[in-house]
Design a protein around this ligand. Sequence first.
Ligand code: BMA
Length: 313
Amino acid sequence: MKPQNPIVTRFKKNPILTREDVPYPVATVHNAGVVKHDDRYIMLFRSHLRNGRSIIGRADSEDGLSFKVDPQPFLLPANDGVFAEYEAFGVEDLRICPVEDCYLLTYSAYSRHGVRIALARTWDFEKVERITLITQADLRNVVIFPETFGGRYVRLDRPHSEISPWSIWISYSPDLVHWGDSRVIMKPAAYHWDEMKIGPGAPPLKTGKGWLHIYHGVFKTMSGTVYRLGAALHALDDPATVIGVSDQWILQPEDPWEVNGYVPNVVFTCGAVAENDGTVKIYWGGADTVMCAGTAVIQELVELCLTDSRPPM
Ligand code: BMA
């Protein structure tokens, strides 16, 4: 099948959410996790406060496009216990991972000790229970697969290393608390749109041909970095096997609010919702400033991974 051009069709009303829509003072609205829960779309978005630190807000929608923001933030840095120590500089880039009968929330916890990932859980988006911190410093962008494999939870993550460019790793856990058996499964490709770094984006979606993972890739130019989105397909029975990675990006900064803003030239995803009609709504932050959305045909993304592919490593 020939992919349509463009691969991701932007919604005409982008940006779909900005700081003007938020009833408390924030500087930005971006990098949101999104799911469909009880036939409503729930978006948990990141906002910079005017001190440069981030919090998470909530917005709800009937159609996945027009969102209304809650009067109060959804998640603020914890004020006691171990989470307070590691969330003191803010909470960022939350992913909503539907697993078993609940939603696992993975988010970056920033502090003077660096950035790491915290894991929380909710059933109803009313009550949130923090579970534990699941990475050490300098490891982030964790997405957890919706199903267990051989009785273990599986996540994609993105450690940092001076020797290798930032790459996508896989880790396993019997209980969501203890993670290990880690391996690198996908690396940036040299002189390619994602050559500087790659990282997990939206929680993987199940398709007939594999787990579809929409990730981000970064290229360094003479005037700064460009964040784009790509697609990879993982084997249904073994998510450590990457069976195809689209050679071309699926989305790049083009609209004015993606090209200019708090951080120019960024499209960054933390969430995508598969629809019953075979399309997927992809949500992304534009220039770390506003929320945008678009739609793609799942089958076309899968075909891109399988037919126009580059080696995962
Ligand atoms: C990454 C993260 C994202 C951000 C992106 C572009 O390293 O900090 O939250 O969207 O940079 O600034």
